[in-house]
Design a protein around this ligand. Sequence first.
Ligand code: SF4
Length: 323
Amino acid sequence: MHDLVRLVGIARSAAESDLLAKKRRVEYRTLPTRKWLNRCHSKRVPFDWSINPYRGCEYGCKYCYARFTHEFMERPDPALFEREIYAKDWDESGFRQELNSVRAGQIIGIGTATDPYQPAEKKFRRTRRLLEALRPLTGTSLFVTTKSDLVSRDVDVLSALGESNEIRVTLTVTTMDRDLARLIEPFAPRPDLRMQAVAELARAGVAVGVIANPVLPLITDSEENLECVARAAKAAGADQFGASVVFLQPTAQRVFFPFLAEKFPQHLQRYRRTFSESPYLRGSYPERIRTMVGEIRLRAGIPARDMERAHLPLPPGSQMQLF
Ligand code: SF4
């Protein structure tokens, strides 16, 4: 039980949230939300605003960097991130008021922390509603990132938004190998289903790209693996491809290292050594991956993502690496 008197802010909202639905593995709850639009000031983030309709993500990717966001709700067990999913309370008129702060030329990222098309979306349709509410915007850039083929359900509203804004959807596909994907992203849609969604969006004229993020050293970083994703993306109609290396914050390490111990024990010590001082990799390894991805793009005939061309700086504390 939570001590409600002690809890404040979002932790208190989470503790007071109502149960919406329950499955064998996952509980869905409401989350009272004052603001849907978050202003991004960091130079590392290529957005002016971000929107995440859900807290937590049922897909349970072993490397997920967003697990720490549950800590703000005093849910320190990183496994709860994929078992307690919070759908933010939707208030359309309040959201429309928030949109008054958005200016033409600004960039809004949707799904910057958690997946906006995770299974909860089928039931609660928060992402669909917010996309519909964005219709009055003109001259903005809207970027949606997901691992879910459910995004193709919203092809109508995405196309409509594209009439007066720039709209781009990015599907994340780390590997085309179904078995490997099932291991590292156990509850996410199969890679071929994600590529089908790419094809559907492309056919409808929605700009769509693919990223193979995060590249996992010794697991998904072979040229063969990344080229396979790039070629499948190109064949599906994606017009951009990118891939950058994993970073592992301590909360993510608490899930990823036990996963390695179980499934890839031969790599555990190397990962531990490499990420003991910093969650970020810098130096020859990411440089080598960047070069390899550039060559793959050339061979597959698919350009880089706009964001990669912008060369976002690495955060402080980045380290030399062992891989
Ligand atoms: S889909 Fe994204 S947010 Fe969801 S678990 Fe995977 S990495 Fe995390």
